[in-house]
Design a protein around this ligand. Structure first.
Ligand SMILES: [Zn+2]
Length: 463
């Protein structure tokens, strides 16, 4: 390893939008930024079983940007393979990541049994990982290794999400100025009603930036309330059931918050709403616990119950039997259940029952990957196969794009302009290849920075 400079290696999050993992070599030590799971159609057929391209024992510390599985899901594997240092993140990320990794392990164990693969890691590895996690505050610079200072800032993507700035002291590098590298993690959309806005970058020589929606402009977030009302009113008006497949962390909480407001304003009829996702129910508790990290667009915390995710009619069905009991409720209702792309989870049972019902509806509120039932419905499938059974689709299917959890290209371009100075190089990661190319051209119109699209396994000498 170079003793004198700073080197950056790309070990994940460059072939698509999952498996984020970047390694920064500094003269004082090696820092890994995120260690996410590859999430394809099937867990077993993905790259998760490949050996790491570096020795986990050579890593001095990990920085975790946020709690999504594609950023934290391989941490227990890293620990199993020999990493014994601290894992730093914000406090809410530490708490949520524990939950997400537990749930991820449960799903992985089920899947690996189905495809007769060994478990990627065991409970003991996960427990050990949790013991290495350390929560730190936003905007608080700390120096975990000599001459390397770290600072987490708000990314506005999910509760606890951050982008992270690594500042290498000029004395370590024998240069006139400190050298700053910023890792975006995932950058949120504008105007999320429950999250603080994305912080600006103060200054950076290098930015490693996500590009999920680098090729498009979103519908404004404010529009989504109207679309939500129209679908709810339509389906419930004809006495149907509305299914909303939802991602358990963040999207579900935003949805509950918006439905709460619609009830308050009496814009939609009062019906039972089932939250049928164990992970989302547990995540709600964490959201309540860390409410000081949220930022609401209305004075919810001064309302009598101060509970922004519960309202009359909301039923959380944690145990399996109470989930099954939803079947006995023949009233018009809303069911929110995972998984968000209908690739498994409790939503599948409800889909079997309600997809053939022309009075009912499905509301898709997130990205639907190819090969998932959600994608098939989005593309107008007349029948889908669930648990080996062909199910006819007569229910109405609609998609609302404005619930996106990632900023669009205009947001990212604004964010990439630091308060002080200019960025020298931008590395585009975490996006489909074609999207990254479009985003690169888009940025080049207004930026003088060198814009690079790194390859998997590539190492770049930064200084
Ligand atoms: Zn994310």
């Amino acid at each position: 390893m170079n003793k004198g400079g700073v080197q950056l290696s790309f070990y994940g999050g460059v072939k698509g939008v999952t498996g984020s993992c970047y390694l920064l070599h500094t003269p004082s030590g090696n820092i890994l930024i995120d260690c996410g799971l590859y999430q394809g159609k099937q867990f077993c057929s993905t790259d998760n079983y490949q050996e790491f391209d570096f020795a986990p024992s050579s890593i001095d510390l990990v920085l975790l940007t946020h709690a999504h599985l594609d950023h934290c899901g391989r941490l227990p594997l890293l620990v199993k393979k020999g990493f014994s240092g601290p894992i730093y993140s914000t406090n809410p990320t530490k708490s949520l990541a524990n939950l997400v990794m537990e749930d991820g392990m449960r799903v992985m164990h089920e899947e690996s049994q189905r495809c007769q693969q060994a478990h990627l890691y065991e409970v003991a590895d996960l427990e050990q990982t949790k013991s290495q996690m350390k929560g730190v505050g936003y905007h608080t610079q700390f120096e975990p290794i000599q001459g390397v200072r770290i600072r987490f800032s708000n990314a506005g993507h999910i509760l606890g999400s951050s982008f992270v700035a690594v500042e290498v002291d000029k004395h370590l590098l024998e240069r006139e100025d400190d050298f700053r590298i910023v890792f975006s993690g995932d950058i949120g959309n504008d105007d999320i009603p429950i999250l603080p806005d994305t912080d600006p970058i103060i200054s950076a020589n290098i930015v490693v930036c996500e590009s999920t929606y680098g090729d498009r402009d979103h519908v404004p977030t404010m529009e989504r309330g109207k679309e939500l009302v129209s679908m709810i009113v339509k389906i419930l008006g004809r006495k149907g059931t509305l299914l909303i497949p939802a991602f358990s962390i963040e999207r579900t909480q935003e949805l509950l918050y918006e439905i709460d407001e619609l009830f308050d304003k009496q814009l939609v009829p009062q019906v039972p709403i089932y939250l049928d996702s164990p992970l989302a129910i547990r995540a709600n508790e964490r959201y309540r616990h860390f409410k000081q990290y949220l930022q609401f667009d209305r004075a919810i915390l001064s309302s009598p119950d101060q509970d922004f995710f519960s309202f009359p009619g909301l039923k959380e069905t944690l145990p399996k039997d109470s989930s099954m009991a939803i079947n006995n409720d023949t009233r018009p209702k809303i069911i929110i259940a995972g998984s968000g792309m209908m690739s498994g989870g409790r939503i599948m049972h409800h889909a079997k029952r309600y997809l053939p019902d022309e009075k009912s509806g499905v509301l898709l509120i997130g990205y639907q990957a190819e090969g998932t039932i959600g994608r098939q419905l989005q593309e107008g499938a007349k029948a889908v196969t669930i648990h080996g059974e062909s199910i006819e689709v007569h229910a109405e299917v609609r998609k609302i794009d404005a619930f996106s959890a990632h900023g669009d290209r205009a947001k990212l371009r604004r964010w990439l302009k630091p308060d002080i100075g200019e960025v020298e190089t931008i590395f585009l990661v975490h996006g489909e290849q074609s999207v990254k190319k479009v985003f690169k051209d888009f940025l080049s119109q207004t930026s003088h920075a060198n814009i690079a699209i790194p390859k998997l396994g590539e190492s770049v000498q930064l200084i």
